[in-house]
Design a protein around this ligand. Structure first.
Ligand code: PHE
Length: 345
């Protein structure tokens, strides 16, 4: 009789389950308290025949140990469950992910690249650190040209007796022209965006580094008309169909003839404002026909081939599109500034 009762309790205790601390306490009271089932067995134990007392006693002990162990296990499991419930609130909504933005210079650069790629230009990039030979000499700079001077160019190393071996930070992307013409035979139709460096005091209007995009087209029968049409198409694609261009004669050692191109001020529509200094026009690039000396220096026969080149300032164009008042904003990594361009693309 008592043995059956013990077996039944053993079975119950083996399958104990509880969902929370309170239920566990109820089980402890039910089995292990003074008024509990196991204590009650002790009362019956007195009536057990003497020769069975040992066996029954051992069984009761086994039951008590099992009940203790099971209730402790339940307590532990419950604690773990409660702790993790504290750590992970699975009902909490997710934190919003802070999305980055494209840098305004990259947005504009990509728009410019896209326009020229649609006109058949391929994309290339040249080195920011280069030698005098490619940045100046092959581009027809006279030995005493001021651009070679320390005031403009950051030199990395100067050769004792051969200026063409000086290593420097390029002051324009035109070094890409000499590098491409050296290795590629015409027809060449390429654009090269990149960073350039000039030794200037940093202010709202000037920086010691900025970005340019170089364009180069070399083939048979390339004329100034081709250059003008490509630049007009470019300006209209970027700033809208009403945009006008104006080419002013200029000078660059590596182009002849040379010009600077203005566009009608995008901000005032050509009426005149602070940005265009009340002229209605804003300069955005330098250009011209590649000087025959440059073609020859790069191994291209200037009797057979002609070409044009242009170099535009990406900061200047970005300013026209987004009216950034201070050039320094572009390189300060202030996320309040960059966040302004979330929707721009
Ligand atoms: N390299 C010139 C500059 O930095 C721009 C330019 C490029 C002019 C190509 C003509 C042709 O100002």
């Amino acid at each position: 009789m008592i043995l059956e009762k013990i077996d039944q309790l053993l079975n119950e205790v083996n399958n104990l389950k509880a969902n929370n601390a309170e239920e566990i306490e109820q089980l402890r009271l039910k089995y292990l308290s003074k008024k509990g089932e196991i204590t009650a067995l002790m009362a019956d134990f007195r009536n057990v025949a003497a020769d069975q007392k040992k066996a029954v006693g051992m069984k009761i002990n086994e039951l008590k140990q099992l009940a203790l162990q099971k209730i402790n296990e339940l307590k532990e499991q419950n604690e773990v469950a409660e702790e993790s419930a504290d750590d992970f609130d699975l009902t909490r909504s997710a934190y919003p992910i802070q999305l980055g933005t494209r840098h305004p210079l990259n947005i504009v650069k990509n728009q410019i690249i896209d326009i020229f790629q649609r006109m058949g230009f391929t994309l290339a990039e040249g080195p920011e650190i280069d030698d005098d030979l490619h940045v100046f000499t092959k581009l027809n700079f006279a030995a005493d040209h001021p651009a070679r001077d320390m005031q403009d160019t950051f030199f990395i190393s100067q050769h004792p007796n051969d200026v063409t071996k000086n290593i420097l930070l390029r002051s324009h992307t035109s070094n890409d022209q000499s590098r491409i013409m050296e290795h590629q035979k015409p027809p060449i139709r390429v654009i090269c965006p990149g960073r350039v460096f000039r030794n200037e005091a940093i202010s709202a209007r000037a920086h010691c580094f900025f970005h340019q995009l170089e364009g180069l087209y070399v083939d048979k029968n390339v004329s100034f008309t081709d250059l003008k049409q490509v630049l007009l198409t470019f300006a209209r694609e970027l700033f809208g169909p009403d945009t006008k261009i104006r080419l002013r004669p200029s000078y660059f050692p590596f182009t002849e003839p040379s010009a600077e191109m203005d566009i009608s001020c995008h901000i005032c529509g050509g009426k005149g404002c602070g940005f265009c200094k009340h002229t209605g026009w804003v300069e955005i690039l330098g250009c011209g026909m590649v000087d025959p000396n440059v073609l020859e220096a790069c191994g291209i026969n200037s009797k057979v081939y002609t070409g044009y080149a242009f170099g535009l300032g990406i900061e200047r164009i970005t300013n026209l599109k987004y009216r950034v008042a201070d050039l320094r904003m572009f390189s300060e990594n202030d996320t309040r500034f960059l966040d302004e361009f979330v929707a721009a693309e």
